[in-house]
Design a protein around this ligand. Structure first.
Ligand code: CA
Length: 220
C-alpha cells in the first residue's frame, strides 16, 4: 500500500518524504488523534486494511484525490470560517487560496476583497517559508499584500499599517524606484528570501487570505 501511495504522490509532486514513514495505528481514531497532537499535521491518510496512518502537513484538493488507492481513507482538518475553496493551514492558522489566474496587483487585491479577505500578508518567518514553498512547488511568482505606492520606500499593507519584517532577495527592493511598487514572491532563488518589488501592472498568480474567527475546528 505504501508503494502505491508513494508512486501516486511522486507523480503529483506532493510531500512524498513525509508520507513514506507511515505508522501502525490501532484504529482510525488513533490516527486522527496522532494528527491532532502534531501541530504540523493538516490532513492524514488511513489504510483500513493495513491499519497504517500517514500524517500530512498539507491539504489536498479534490482534483488531487482521484489517484488515492482503494481502501485508503483521507481526512483533512477544516475550519468553520475557512471554506468556499479556501484551505486551512492548521499550524499557521491561515485560511488561504491560490489563484493561478495571472492578473495585475490591483485586480488580485480586488478579487481577494470580493471574498471578504485580502492578499496574503507575510508577517512572520513561518508564513514566509510557507509562501516560498507554495510558489516553488507551483512554479509561480505570486502577488502578496504590500506596496510602496503612497511613498517610495515605505512599505505598507493594504490596511495602511507598516510592514515591520522583510524577506527581500539580494539587491531588492529597487531604491528610489517609483515604478516598482508592488510586492511579490518569486518561485525560485535564495532560500526564504525571495521578495521583489515589481511593477503593479505585471500579471501574476496571487494568494488571498481570509481573516480567522475563533479557533473552532473539525476533522472530517
Ligand atoms: Ca517603489
Amino acid at each position: 500500500m505504501a508503494a502505491v501511495l508513494g508512486m501516486t504522490l511522486l507523480f503529483r509532486d506532493l510531500f512524498l518524504t513525509s508520507l513514506l514513514t507511515g505508522e501502525w495505528v490501532t484504529s482510525r481514531l488513533d490516527c486522527v488523534s496522532k494528527c491532532y497532537w502534531q501541530m504540523n499535521c493538516s490532513s492524514l491518510f488511513y489504510s483500513v486494511h493495513a491499519q497504517k496512518c500517514w500524517l500530512v502537513p498539507d491539504v489536498y484538493g479534490d482534483s488531487q484525490m482521484d489517484a488515492v488507492p482503494d481502501g485508503m481513507m483521507y481526512f483533512a482538518w477544516s475550519h468553520v470560517t475557512c471554506d468556499n475553496g479556501y484551505t486551512w493551514n492548521r499550524r499557521l492558522n491561515l485560511c488561504y487560496k491560490l489563484d493561478k489566474t495571472q492578473v495585475t496587483w490591483n485586480l488580485a487585491a480586488t478579487t481577494c476583497e470580493t471574498d471578504n479577505g485580502h492578499l496574503i500578508r507575510v508577517d512572520n518567518a513561518d508564513k514566509n517559508e510557507f509562501l516560498t514553498t507554495l510558489a516553488e512547488t507551483k512554479g509561480k511568482h505570486i502577488w502578496m499584500d504590500g506596496s510602496d505606492e503612497q511613498q517610495d520606500g515605505i512599505w505598507v499593507w493594504s490596511n495602511g499599517s507598516k510592514i515591520n519584517q522583510y524577506f527581500w532577495d539580494i539587491n531588492q527592493p529597487a531604491v528610489g524606484d517609483t515604478i516598482q511598487n508592488c510586492l511579490m514572491i518569486r518561485s525560485s532563488g535564495e532560500v526564504n528570501r525571495r521578495w521583489h518589488d515589481a511593477r503593479c501592472t505585471t500579471q501574476l498568480a496571487f494568494v488571498c487570505q481570509l481573516p480567522m474567527s475563533e479557533n473552532v475546528s473539525n476533522c472530517w
